[in-house]
Every structure is written in C-alpha cells, then in structure tokens.
Design a protein around this ligand. Structure first.
Ligand SMILES: Cc1ncc(COP(=O)(O)O)c(C=O)c1O
Length: 418
C-alpha cells in the first residue's frame, strides 16, 4: 500500500485513480487541465476549526487570523471566513482580496515592513481591527493620515534566530521586520504621544516552517519582558511535514504549548492573536501535473507541465516534496529529478526523488503545496497561472479559473514600432 500520509485525509486510491474529497483526480485533470491546485475542502475546514476551537477553548479572549499571504485568494478567504477566522494582510492588495472574500474588516490585522500611504489609507478606510506598526515611519504615516484614534499593535523583533531557512526567519536581531527590542521604549513613547495612535499591544512573528515549539515559547517570554499590554499577536510559523520522514507538531500540541506559555508569562486577560498560514492550508492542498517528457541525461529528468511558474519552494528555499505518480502505485521506483517546463536549470520541483515508473502522459501529484505556491505563481515563459479547485463530497468546485492566453497581453500598451 502506498503511503498517503502526506495527502489530505480524504485521499483514497480507487484502482488506478486517486480521489480527493471524493473527486477523481483523473477527471479533475480532464475537466480543468493541469497544472492545477487541488484542495480537500473538508480538510481545510477541519484545520481551521482545530485552530479556532483549540485556541478559544484554551484562551477564550483570542482570535485566529489566517495569514492571507500563504494563499491570497478570495475563494480561500470565503471558506475560512465561514469558519469564523479573521485575517492578516500585508498591504492594500491583500486587504482587497480579504474584503472580496467576505472577511469582516474588524477581524483584519494589517502588517508589512514597508507600508505606503495607500496601504495605510486603505486600512483606515476599511476600518480594520489593528494596523501593525513596523517602524517609526508607520507612526508618522498613521499620524498624518488618520482622522480618529486608530488601534495599533507594535511589531517587535524579539531577537530570536529561529531554526528554519534563512529566508523564512523573521525575528532575528538584524531582521528587516519590526522594531528591535532596544528601540521599543522609544517607539512606545512616540506612540503614546501621538493622538491618532491607540496603542493596544505587541506583535511578533519569528519565522515560518518552525518545527520546534520551544522557539514559540521563547517568543512569548521575550514579549513578556517588554511590559504589560492588552493584546499580544504571536504571528504564525508552525511547520508541516513535507516528506514522510519529517516530524512536525500537530495543531493541538502547538496550541497547548503556546497558550501554556502565554498563561505563565502574559496571564489570562490579554487578547491573544495567532496568524497561521502554512500549517493551516499547506497539507490540505496538492498540485496536479501531467508528465510531458522524460530524458536520461546523467540522471533521469521527469518534466511536468508546471514548475517554477507555480512552485518556487525548492528554488527559493530548497524545500523538498514527495511526489506520487497516479496509477502506478505498485510499480518499481526510479530515482529522478522532478523538473518543470521553464527555461532554467534551477526549475526543479524536487531533485533526487523516488518516482514509481513515470511515463509521458501520467498524472503526478505533489502533496503539501497548499501554502506559498499559489502565492508566487507567475508567467515565466508565458505560463498561464493555474486554477484552484476545491473538492468536497464528490463535488469539484472551481475557486480560481486558469488564466487565459489573452491575459498575457492584457497590460500591453500596443506601442507601434518606430
Ligand atoms: C507577520 C506574519 N504572520 C504570519 C505569517 C504566516 O506564517 P506561516 O505561514 O509560517 O504560518 C507570516 C509569514 O511568514 C508573517 O510574516
């Protein structure tokens, strides 16, 4: 029996097919084409509830704000809003996506290390829950643009060098995010003297794909050392399993340790906010590709119809995946690089991976692509941005359609030669 543990819980083998949420991936590929992002909608809802109920039952004055950056689609916002989640957004663009998905503005937190006047104005205009002040210029901007006192949090860089990929660590001493601990007193003084700023609490986010819970406990302790506040936003960052050998804490375990640390160091009364992204959506999603070509050149290259256009995790962070060839579940394994169709040697989905006898025309599933892949989709080599499909109870619903070739030219101004 193949190991399906990286796929969403509804994954089931059906002869030579694989089903997600009761839907055949072979039929999904036929109807919507490949590459495609496919979600188990019930798994998404279950994970959202595990976060929301798990946090509320342990710390009633709390809110789970989905990190929109990890899957910035109104379709995703709509599903998670219906489960009672709030949202964190970076800038005006993500705010628009969240509002289009039906997010209640009061549940939205906006952060960003370099906010423009437009970002702040959009947040003020929508009346969101909190703007996260990331530095002194944010204080000036809010003071200049707000017409009434605005609830804000102060993002602090707690000096925690998290054990994750360098590009995913955000809370270290030289991070571009937040105010370094030694500058917090000055920032607080400036905020207290600013009539348009209603200082409510602290925010920190130490990084992403963090697998050791001690780091979150250290974050809570670091924030507690900065004074007593009414709100603490602890950010996101919980890691997930990408390969079967990986070990990651589950949502409940994470919440248990986080809230215990909060109880010990911050007390029961402050509002606690968390901002999960990857750990909420990554394991509920997968990418469906079709194999376009095989080439033996030093090693076997199995090339799909996607790649860097829809998944930059390996090129950017070295994140490996464990793909499966649909329908060849019992066939012999070969060692190959699963690569894309883009014109670059770095266009690799995962190198040196065991694939079961892949052939041209086969469907390949890459599990755990529900976070940060859709985020960074692009048109490299004129690739069309893929659709997003939500599967539940045997029904496949299109959340985002595939881009049309005409859209590749939609912004061109038709300048005439000469
Ligand atoms: C401020 C902030 N909050 C939340 C998140 C979500 O993190 P993750 O997807 O690791 O849960 C991020 C992403 O790095 C972030 O920058």
């Amino acid at each position: 029996m193949p190991d399906l543990s990286l796929l969403p819980p509804s994954a089931a083998i059906d002869g030579s097919d694989l089903r997600i949420g009761g839907c055949s991936l072979t039929q999904i590929a036929a109807e919507f084409g490949t590459p495609a992002f496919v979600f188990d909608e019930q798994a998404l809802r279950d994970r959202a509830r595990a976060f929301a109920d798990g946090l509320a039952s342990r710390h009633p004055r709390s809110r789970v704000c989905f990190a929109t950056k990890s899957f910035p689609s109104a379709s995703m916002i709509a599903i998670l809003a219906s489960e009672g989640l709030g949202f964190d957004v970076v800038g005006e663009g993500e705010l628009r996506i969240a509002l289009a998905g039906g997010a209640d503005p009061a549940t939205i937190v906006m952060h960003g290390n370099a906010k423009s006047d437009r970002d702040i104005a959009a947040a003020l205009d929508a009346g969101i829950g909190y703007i996260v002040v990331d530095g002194f210029d944010d204080i000036d901007r809010i003071e200049r643009l707000a017409t009434r006192p605005t609830p804000v949090l102060l993002r602090v860089s707690p000096g925690i060098e998290s054990k994750t990929h360098l590009a995913l660590a955000t809370g270290g001493k030289s991070a571009k995010f937040g105010v370094p601990v030694e500058q917090v007193p000055e920032a607080l003084a400036r905020m207290h003297a600013a009539p348009m700023i209603e200082m409510r609490g602290l925010h920190a986010h130490i990084g992403s794909q963090i697998l050791s819970l001690e780091q979150f406990e250290a974050e809570v302790e670091a924030l507690a050392s900065l004074g007593t506040f009414d709100v603490y936003d602890l950010g996101g960052g919980l890691g997930v399993r990408y390969e079967t050998a990986d070990v990651a804490p589950d949502i409940d375990h994470y919440l248990e340790r986080l809230t215990a640390a909060a109880r010990e160091h911050l007390g029961d009364s402050p509002e606690l906010i968390i901002e999960p992204g990857r750990s909420l959506v990554a394991p509920a999603g997968l990418t469906l590709y079709r194999v376009l070509t095989l080439k033996q050149a030093g090693k076997l290259h199995v090339a799909t119809d996607g790649g860097m256009g829809d998944n930059l995790e390996y090129p950017l962070y070295g994140q490996r995946f464990q793909p499966m060839v649909v329908g060849r579940f019992d066939e012999p394994e070969v060692l190959a690089d699963l690569v894309g169709r883009h014109c670059e040697s770095g266009d690799i989905v995962t190198p040196d991976v065991e694939l079961r006898n892949p052939q041209v025309g086969d469907l390949v599933v890459v599990p755990v692509t529900g976070a940060y892949c859709f985020t960074m989709v692009n048109n490299y080599n004129g690739a069309l941005r893929p659709p997003v499909i939500y599967c539940s109870g045997g029904l496949a619903r299109l959340g985002v359609r595939r881009e049309h070739p005409d859209e590749l030219l939609a912004r061109e101004m038709k300048i005439q030669p000469g």
